[in-house]
Each structure stands twice: as C-alpha cells, then as structure tokens.
Design a protein around this ligand. Structure first.
Ligand code: FAD
Length: 458
C-alpha cells in the first residue's frame, strides 16, 4: 500500500481515510471546506518534511502544506493528494537577551504569545490565537502591533525552508536574500517553512478597548474613530467594525445578538493615556464595552473567532476615508447576516506599515485603511446571501480603493487579484524567484505566482 511505504520512512504519522483521526486532521477553521486528501503526513521534524515532499514528488502526488488551517480557501488541503501537516513542529524558544524567538513551522500564535509574555516581549502576531504562524507570516502578517512594529514578516530575521528540490536552506538578509524578500508576503509559493526567527519588542501590558453602539449610531461613531486615528500615535492600533452584538460579558442585554457597531483600540500604554486618546468616542456614551489593561497574550486570545462556521472573505486597501466613504460603509453594513459571526472591518494602517513600503513584495503598504469583509455564518442555506453581501460591500467601497489588496484576507478571487496583491513589478520579481526555487510549481495551492517561463533554447 502506498501509504505504508511513506509510514515506513517517517518518524511522524501518516493518516488515511481509514484512520479514526483522519476527519479531525482534515478539519479546517472554514467549515464550508470539505477536501479529502489521500494521505496526511504529520511530520515530526524537518527531515520528515523533506521525506514526505520527495515521496509525493516521486509518486506524482499533488501536495498541500498545513499549519493552523485558517486559510479560508482550504489551500492547506488537496483532494486525493498528500498533505504535509506541520503542526508537530510547534516549539518556541525565546532568547530574552537577544530579543528573538525561534518558532517551529507548525506553531500557532498562542504558542508564540504565551512563550514571549513572561519576558515582557512580543512581535506582531495575528488577532486570533489559533491562527498558524506560518500561513500568516508568509502572507505578510497584520496584527494589533503593526503600526508600532510593522507587519509580522517585517520582524523576520530568518526562515528555514525546504525547497521544492528537497533542500533545506536558510533565508535571511545574507543568505538567499531574494528568497527572503519573497517570504515577506509571497505566501506558500516558495517552499515549506520549518522554522522562523523573529525580532521581539518590549510589550508587557496593553490597554484593550471595545466600545459598542447599536448599528444605527455606527455612522457617527465611525467618523469619530477615523478622526481619532488621524492623530493617533503608532503605539495605538485597532479596527472599527459592524458586527452582531457579543455575549453579556461585553455587551448589555439590549445589544447582545443585535446589529452593532464596535470600536476596538489596542494601546501600548496605561489606561489613563488610552482614555485620553479615545475621549471623542467616549463622549458618544457607548452603551456597551470594556476598557481594561491586560497582558498582551491575554488580549491576543480574547477575541478568538468561532471555528467551523461557513466563511467567505474579501478585502481592499483604501486610499482615504472621506465622509462619503463612511456613508457607503454604514449603508452597506445594513444587509450583513445578523445574528452571525460576520464582521465588517475597517483597519487603520499607517505608522510602521507605511514606513515599510518598498521593502517587501506587498503592494500599496501606504494605504490609509484596509476594508475587510469577514463573512462567517452557519448553514449552507445562507451561503448565497452571505456571499452577495460581501460582493455588494466591495462594490460600495470601490470608489475609495487603491486597487491593491491584502492576500491573507481574501478567498480565491483569481489571478488578477493575486497581481493586485503585489503589483506588476513585485509580481514579476516573485515569478523569477519562483522559477529559481520551484520551477515545476509544486507549491501552487496558496494564491499562486506561476514561475517565470525560461526561454526555450534555439
Ligand atoms: C479567525 C482568523 C483570524 C485571522 N486573523 C488574521 C490577522 O489578524 N492577520 C492576518 O494577517 N491574517 C489573519 N488571518 C488570515 C490568515 O493569516 C491566513 O488565513 C493564513 O493563511 C493562515 O495561516 P495558517 O497557517 O493558519 O493556515 P493554513 O490554512 O494551515 O495555511 C495557509 C497556507 O499557508 C501555507 N503554509 C502553511 N504552513 C506553511 C509552512 N509551514 N510553510 C510554507 N507554507 C505554509 C500554505 O500554502 C497554506 O495553503 C486570519 C484567519 C482566520 C481564519
């Protein structure tokens, strides 16, 4: 049996549809995805990764690489192919003196945040503790600390990677520098990351703010949120969003389960300073919410989204947010599914994100705002309604978009949108790097950058 041949070569495990753990191992955050790989190789270390990859290539099997399973398109699984499951490579080692963390290629953000917290250190990580470090980082990495410390990938010092040819290389500013550049947003196109080393920053406690209003007061609060962030220091991050009112610990009974507007602010400093920053929002007497100082790692796990919902996402960058854009935002929020876990977010960029423009493959990092439609609902019968809402909101905000997008925040929207994520010049450079490290396009499941065609010899 083919799976037996691989089992004999790995220290980790190989699961097939006959194994009781198979269904759990192919389960993803997005409950709408149902992909049945022929084998799932749960790799124990980098050597297993190379072995599984070589086995798949020799056998002509398509491969996918899985870490946190949060990619909304299900690109970490492949029908009838081999999944290289990285989750056993989850170790995190912190060097508090050098202020670095070395993180296994299958770790989740909770592992990183919890390991760094005792040292009062952190790096920009995803906003949900259960997201994989690998998928998020390789796609760029947006998080609460980004305006102060840049995107997650800006904090990379090196990446250990198994290439399509099965070689283990280290990419950094001094080794394979082109490949290292590509790993700052080029996603899973270039190889299998077995380890990341990140720069850390002093981040002990943060002030977390979540203010809630009924949705019909959202337009006014959105204007205040925009104005607060026009002046906010880089050590303030956040998002405004339309959402279903959360449970009682965050919202009074009259808001729970109803269409609401929320203002989320994360402030790297004490509560009294945060209150001064958000005073214009507090003047609007939000009927719900909380303001609390907490350890950063607690903030990171406080807002975890529910797994297993049906997800459909999109995103665009906005050049500016004039009043007309906020009117369109408010009006297009009206048709979101309520109650549901859906969120309609506007995330302020700027600060270190903008300062990093030109240093990574990602297009338009100077964008002022990111609009992010997070469609999350239950029941296949709601799919068309949810998808239609995402389409309509994209149309509504189109007059203010820059034309670029953040690929970690979108579903499978075609080659033009992959181009929009990078821009033509960066896309061409990525394609040339792809030709060097993966000429046969083995890693083709994430937003694919095809290898540049080599000239046919005369
Ligand atoms: C609830 C939720 C919250 C999110 N919040 C944020 C956020 O705050 N900021 C943000 O930027 N994004 C966020 N995302 C998007 C997230 O960054 C992407 O979906 C990312 O791809 C998830 O990575 P993963 O490892 O969990 O996913 P997976 O589905 O396991 O992997 C996604 C893709 O990454 C590649 N990949 C995975 N592991 C490896 C590896 N070791 N080596 C090489 N390639 C690999 C593969 O191509 C794979 O197809 C969120 C997603 C969800 C569902």
């Amino acid at each position: 049996m083919i799976s037996r041949a691989l089992r004999d070569q790995l220290d980790g495990r190989v699961l097939t549809s006959g194994d009781v753990e198979y269904d759990e191992a192919r389960g993803l955050f997005n409950g709408a995805i149902d992909i049945r790989p022929s084998m799932i190789a749960q790799c124990a270390h980098a050597r297993d990764v190379r072995t599984a990859l070589t086995f798949a290539r020799d056998g002509g099997l398509p491969i996918a690489v899985r870490s946190g399973g949060h990619g909304v398109t299900g690109a970490c699984l492949v029908e009838d192919g081999l999944v290289i499951d990285m989750r056993m490579l989850g170790a995190v080692t912190v060097d508090p003196v050098a202020r670095t963390a070395t993180v296994g290629g299958g770790a989740l953000w909770t592992h990183v945040d919890r390991a760094c917290q005792p040292h009062g250190l952190a790096t920009t990580g995803g906003r949900a503790s259960t997201t994989g470090v690998a998928g998020l980082t390789l796609g760029g990495g947006s998080g609460w600390l980004e305006r102060a410390y840049g995107l997650t990938s800006d904090n990379l010092l090196s990446v250990d990677l198994v290439t399509a040819a099965g070689e283990l290389v280290t990419a950094s500013t001094t080794e394979h520098p082109d490949l290292f550049w590509a790993l700052h947003g080029g996603g899973g196109n270039f190889g299998i990351a077995t380890s990341f080393t990140f720069r850390l920053h002093p981040v002990e406690r943060v002030t977390a703010v979540l203010l809630l209003w009924p949705a019909d007061r959202g337009r006014q609060a959105a204007g205040r949120f925009r104005d607060v962030f026009a002046e906010a220091p880089d050590h303030a991050g956040g998002a405004m969003l339309f959402l279903t009112g959360p449970p009682r610990q965050f919202a009074p009974a009259e808001l729970a389960g109803r269409h609401c507007f929320g203002a989320l602010v994360t402030y790297l400093g004490p509560e009294d300073e945060a209150r001064r920053l958000i005073a214009p929002l507090l003047e609007l007497d939000p009927p719900g919410g909380l303001i609390a100082e907490m350890p950063y790692a607690d903030l990171q796990s406080a807002l975890d989204d529910p797994p297993g919902m049906r997800n459909h996402w999109s995103s665009d960058y906005l050049a500016a947010l004039p009043d007309a854009a906020l009117d369109a935002y408010r009006a297009s929020a009206e048709r979101m599914i309520v109650p549901s876990a859906s969120q309609y977010q506007l995330v302020p960029w700027g600060g270190a994100v903008a300062r990093g423009a030109g240093t990574s493959p990602m297009a338009d990092r100077e964008a002022a705002w990111v609009v992010h439609q997070v469609g999350m609902w239950e029941g296949a019968e709601n799919d068309e309604r949810g998808r239609e809402w995402v389409r309509q909101t994209r149309d509504a905000m189109r007059p203010w978009t820059t034309g670029a997008t953040y690929l970690n925040f979108i579903g499978d929207e075609g080659a033009d949108r992959v181009l929009a994520g990078f821009g033509p010049a960066n896309h061409a450079r990525l394609s040339a790097i792809k030709a060097e490290y993966d000429p046969d396009n083995v890693f083709n499941r994430w937003h694919n950058v095809p290898p540049k065609q080599r000239p046919v010899p005369a």
